[in-house]
Design a protein around this ligand. Structure first.
Ligand SMILES: [Zn+2]
Length: 69
């Protein structure tokens, strides 16, 4: 099943922006996020995010398998 992913525009301390699903408890506020689209996996969503911001990573809580930092 596809899920909708968003990118938090506010970088972490290390400069990386995190990808989230809409049900994440750390879902960014409306002004701090952009939609990435629907994907079957967070890997595709992170790849899409990297087209915009090379320093992108999956959220530890909602995209743990894509959390690499
Ligand atoms: Zn998250």
């Amino acid at each position: 099943m596809k899920q909708f992913f968003y990118l938090n525009l506010v970088p972490q301390i290390d400069g990386y922006r995190e990808v989230h699903t809409s049900d994440c408890r750390f879902f960014p506020t409306q002004h701090n996020r952009i939609p990435l689209g629907e994907y079957f996996s967070c890997r595709e969503a992170v790849a899409a995010a990297k087209n915009k911001y090379l320093k992108s990573d999956g959220c530890y809580y909602c995209c743990r398998e894509c959390h690499t930092r």
